[in-house]
Write a protein that binds this ligand. Structure first.
Ligand code: KG4
Ligand code: ZN
Length: 326
């Protein structure tokens, strides 16, 4: 079964085809319109998706060498509502026109299953750490659709903290990749920063962000490299500690990660050194992409799930809940 995936939940217009042997095509176009605003402007994001999504789908099918997929999977949320609606409507219309099954995918499920696209794919059960711009959640995954939340952030998401620190240092948006690059040039022990770990398996990054701000405001001469290295080391410490604690508690050594921050070199290194059985998606499949939506949809379709055309777009949607119908 070849499944077309469509993803437009934030600022990447993406389409991909995934078949029984893996990814046949995987395309994504970022939006430059947001750069001058220092963050994603929802209305512009939706409009840019409308302009690009048709051509992206056509190209994804052409590169996959197929005219019509056997099913269509589109992100139904969570995300910027106007942006989600664009891809969801396109996915439904295509499925209806082709007369093939349709499935509405939770974007977070895409992130937590993205390592299944790798040649060395994990078997269930596993722990999954999803660290993106909007979410930082640790799950136990016992099968497709069988997810339990073990812990999540009480305030900022990890990616949000990276972006806010980058903003304090005037590093542009999104800041995560730049902080990652500068961190490699700095000393992770140069700025003393806290490792907030509230409650059992929860995360908190707002205090850490404030500590970075206090340091930036109080130091006359600052090294962006040292600040980035120290901040990144603190985030990685918190994330890896929680993953190890969860592995111990759940007696589960197999761990996958997903979401934009999973591309972070410090986090990847930290997890690989943790002694756990770690599965990392290739960096381009950590950030938003449609191959992860296609694979999540494909696995649900193989389980017999089909969604009606009444699936609605949702700005907030836990991966532990089913689709919502109009
Ligand atoms: O998963 P994603 O592409 O979109 C969401 O679903 O949110 O994640 C985007 C987030 C942004 O906050 C971005 O700064 C962060 O992931 N990010 C990184 C890196 N690459 C992307 N953070 C740290 N290091 C990176 N290399
Ligand atoms: Zn995402």
């Amino acid at each position: 079964m070849n499944v077309l995936g469509v993803e437009t939940s934030c600022d990447e217009t993406a389409a991909a085809v995934v078949g029984p042997d893996g990814v046949l095509s995987d395309l994504f176009y970022g939006q430059t319109v947001h750069e001058r605003f220092g963050g994603v402007v929802p209305e512009y994001a939706a409009r840019a998706h409308i302009e690009k999504v048709g051509a992206t789908v056509v190209e994804a099918l052409a590169r996959a060498g197929i005219e019509r997929p056997d099913a269509v999977a589109a992100t139904a949320g969570p995300g910027l509502i106007g942006a989600v609606i664009v891809g969801l409507c396109v996915g439904k219309a295509l499925a209806l026109g082709w007369g093939v099954p349709f499935i509405g995918v939770n974007h977070l499920e895409g992130h937590l299953l993205s390592s299944l696209l790798e040649p060395r794919a994990p078997e269930f059960p596993f722990l999954a750490l999803v660290v993106s711009g909007g979410h930082t959640t640790l799950y136990r995954c016992d099968g497709v659709g069988e997810y339990t939340v073990l812990g999540e952030t009480l305030d900022d998401a990890a990616g949000e903290a990276f972006d806010k620190v980058a903003r304090m240092l005037d590093l542009g948006y999104p800041g995560g990749p730049t902080v990652d690059r500068l961190a490699a040039l700095g000393d992770p022990n140069s700025v003393k920063l806290p490792r907030p770990m509230p409650g059992e398996l929860s995360f908190s990054f707002s205090g850490l962000k404030t500590a970075v701000r206090t340091h930036v405001l109080s130091s006359a001469r600052r090294s962006n490299e040292d600040i980035c290295a120290s901040f990144q080391a603190a985030v990685v410490d918190c994330l890896v500690t929680r993953v190890r604690q969860a592995a111990h508690r759940e007696r589960l050594e197999r761990v996958v990660i997903g979401g934009g921050v999973a591309a972070n070199r410090g986090l990847r290194e930290g997890l690989l050194k943790s002694g756990l059985d770690v599965y990392l998606p290739t960096p381009s499949r950590c950030t938003d992409n449609a191959a992860m939506i296609a694979v999540a949809g494909r696995l649900r379709l193989l389980k017999g799930q089909r969604d009606p055309m009444s699936v609605v777009a949702r700005p907030v949607w836990s991966v532990t809940q089913g689709v919502e119908l109009a």
